[in-house]
Design a protein around this ligand. Sequence first.
Ligand SMILES: Nc1ncnc2c1ncn2[C@@H]1O[C@H](COP(=O)(O)OP(=O)(O)OP(=O)(O)O)[C@@H](O)[C@H]1O
Ligand SMILES: [Mg+2]
Length: 150
Amino acid sequence: MARIVVGVDGSEHSKQALAWAGTYAEQVGADLQVLMVWDNPGRDMWLPHVPPQGDPLVLTRQALRRMVDAVLGPSPTIRVEPMAVEGAPAHTLVDAAAGAELLVVGNRGRGGFAGVLLGSVSFHCVSHAPCPVVVVRGRVPGRPPASEPG
Ligand SMILES: Nc1ncnc2c1ncn2[C@@H]1O[C@H](COP(=O)(O)OP(=O)(O)OP(=O)(O)O)[C@@H](O)[C@H]1O
Ligand SMILES: [Mg+2]
């Protein structure tokens, strides 16, 4: 069965990427793997970081579940595999795309640099993915389209 991978980070942009990927997977009859990568801030540091309240991977899994339910509904017609993992988001998405038909990401995420058209994760994906990549540039409610300043 063909597999489509989509990355979500909780942002509205990634919600739109998930919605697009869900519709497309339905149209082509593919399975949908939804990846939310928890970027451990202490991973590459010498000092131990202060862990947040609760197991971050459990919290990530819960956030992912909520997002999948909200965007695709509680009983989607396609096979959906939500995956919460720890790692560097860009590399993890590219690795997960091995053997997939398509990798789907939003053009931006939760990062805060105004005016940037493509975030570092989506940039890395279009540069390094082993399969075709779709960057979803949707209109995010309450924000101007990505091509407009502000
Ligand atoms: N931690 C993550 N797990 C899964 N997918 C992610 C993650 N971070 C980003 N993505 C995917 O990449 C898309 C673009 O996000 P990206 O992080 O590149 O933009 P940004 O947050 O605006 O910029 P930056 O992170 O470089 O400051 C998101 O819409 C999502 O599809
Ligand atoms: Mg980001």
